[in-house]
Write a protein that binds this ligand. Structure first.
Ligand code: SAH
Ligand code: SF4
Ligand code: F3S
Length: 465
């Protein structure tokens, strides 16, 4: 057990609130903002916090990027294409700024947390006004004020890496669904992954703080909470007190109707957690369990710290305890040195587990990670061929799994109307599958009982019962 990371002090949080108030009173401050978010749920949730903070400074959200006084990029760098997309759009704001020089441009998120990146922005991209890393969200008022006052060095300053902060305002995007951070960072250092470098060391929030936040959400009408952490099921290891299953148990007392969580690392999927998932009626019948590869040699080179057998053993234990569980996964193809046989082991894993769905990625080397130094790069055409075969196999399995659900009853949290047909409501079953059914707008936000009658490529069709 490490020393627990101390949360940012009350005094520091208070001083940021004072700076936010100063910004609010300035006649030259931005009136509208537009946040562009890339990457995973952590970033989506961080953007809700950034939105909450900007509103507390008196700004309103602008739906149009090109009309906003402030554009904030919340970036991702998990793969090269994510990084390139963000950089392309950041560079493009130079054109908008030519027409509207008063526009402010900020860059935050995982790219901004990378070593040397803030410096690069400051010196090479004069049209960018300020930046802060993933551990420095609470410093937004300070960086924004520095930008408004033309103190460029301060606006790009880099602070401490591992911080915990409580009590920032959040502007939720949904009235009945909410994200809730239970921990930050990751200590696993999978050899391909940049996350430990850009999200810092693993640090768990205090259980009481999490429960308090969940209680407030439930009181506010939230029905479903998604607990977030890069490695949620190792929650509490750094504190040496409650573990993730204890947290799930405590959260069910808040009266929340549905709990989901991501992402779980197979190596930390304990029997206690499986038992809690089976016994706790609020926990949804869904688990995202990234396998990454079906080959022991590749898993070892990836530093995943489990074997194919261990993984399959966890899947068996889950299905024994919760037969209706829907499993989803992440898979990487063309890791350095991956042979055709090793790829076929991933393909056979997919056939063996029969996931509801899978996110598939071609390995992308990330500077600063151990795998980036490995030899045996796979030719792009081989990588493309592998991912296509994997996607085809999974698509067939997804269709079969969806077909097997036809005729069953399910509970769906109606999230909104379908984009294609306004009379159709759309939401997720407890198993996590998107489901469309005929309903009225006043049912949005309610948990509705349906019978599954058909399937699309990734969705279920149903009728209310
Ligand atoms: N904490 C999560 C994953 C976060 S990143 C977990 O441990 O599963 C989401 C997914 O991106 C990973 O599961 C992995 O499949 C993929 N990924 C991460 N780094 C990658 C890289 N360098 N190249 C390709 N895919 C990568
Ligand atoms: Fe990355 Fe591995 Fe941590 Fe997931 S567990 S964030 S893949 S280092
Ligand atoms: Fe991307 Fe950062 Fe998430 S790198 S995937 S936004 S943790």
């Amino acid at each position: 057990m490490r020393d627990a990371v101390r949360p940012v002090s009350r005094e520091e949080m208070e001083s940021q609130r004072e700076l936010a108030e100063q910004i609010r009173k300035r006649p030259d401050r931005p009136r509208t903002y537009h946040i562009i978010t890339y990457g995973c749920q952590m970033n989506a949730h961080d953007s809700e916090t950034l939105g909450g903070m900007l509103e507390s400074m008196g700004m309103n959200k602008s739906l149009e990027r090109d009309e906003a006084d402030l554009i904030l990029f919340n970036t991702c760098c998990i793969r090269d294409n994510a990084e390139r997309r963000a950089m392309g759009n950041i560079i493009f704001t130079k054109e908008i700024k030519k027409k509207r020089p008063e526009l402010l441009v900020g860059v935050c998120g995982c790219l901004a947390q990378q070593e040397g990146f803030a410096e690069k922005l400051r010196t090479r991209y004069p049209h960018v006004d300020f930046s802060f890393g993933t551990g420095e969200i609470y410093l937004l008022p300070q960086r924004l004020l520095s930008a408004l006052e033309g103190r460029r060095e301060d606006a790009f300053q880099r602070g401490e890496d591992s911080t915990l902060y409580e009590g920032l305002p959040v502007l939720r995007t949904s009235p009945f669904f909410a994200y809730l951070n239970v921990m930050y960072g990751c200590d696993n250092f999978c050899s391909y992954c940049i996350v430990p470098m850009v999200r810092g060391r693993e640090r768990s929030r205090d259980l009481r703080e999490i429960v308090k936040e969940a209680e407030a959400l439930v009181k506010d009408g939230v029905k479903e909470i998604m607990l977030l952490g890069q490695n949620v099921n190792s929650y509490g290891t750094d504190l040496g007190k409650a573990r993730f299953h204890d947290l799930l148990h405590a959260l069910s007392d808040t009266g929340v109707k549905r709990l989901r969580f991501m992402t779980s690392n197979p190596k930390d999927l304990s029997d206690e957690l499986i038992r809690e998932m089976a016994d706790n009626p609020a926990v949804c019948l869904q688990l995202h369990l990234p396998a990454q590869s079906g080959s022991d040699a590749v898993l070892k080179a990836m530093n995943r710290r489990y074997t194919r057998d261990w993984y399959l053993n966890r899947v068996r234990a889950l299905r024994e305890a919760i037969p209706e569980i829907g499993l989803t996964t992440d898979l990487i193809v063309a890791f350095p040195g991956e042979t055709e046989e090793q790829f076929l082991e991933t393909l056979s894993l997919v056939h063996e587990v029969r996931y509801d769905s899978a996110f598939t990625f071609i390995y992308s080397p990330r500077t600063g990670t151990a795998a980036a130094k490995l030899e045996g790069r796979i030719a792009p055409e081989v990588a493309t061929d592998r991912i296509q075969r994997l996607i085809k196999a999974q698509d067939e399995i997804t269709a079969e799994v969806l077909h097997s659900l036809i005729g069953q009853e399910a509970l769906v949290l109606a999230e909104g109307t379908s984009k294609r047909d306004q009379k159709q409501l759309t939401g997720k079953t407890a198993r996590g599958t998107a489901c469309n059914f005929l309903g009225s707008a006043d049912q949005i936000g309610q948990i509705v009982k349906v019978k599954i009658t058909g399937q699309g490529s990734n969705t279920l069709k149903a009728i209310q019962i």
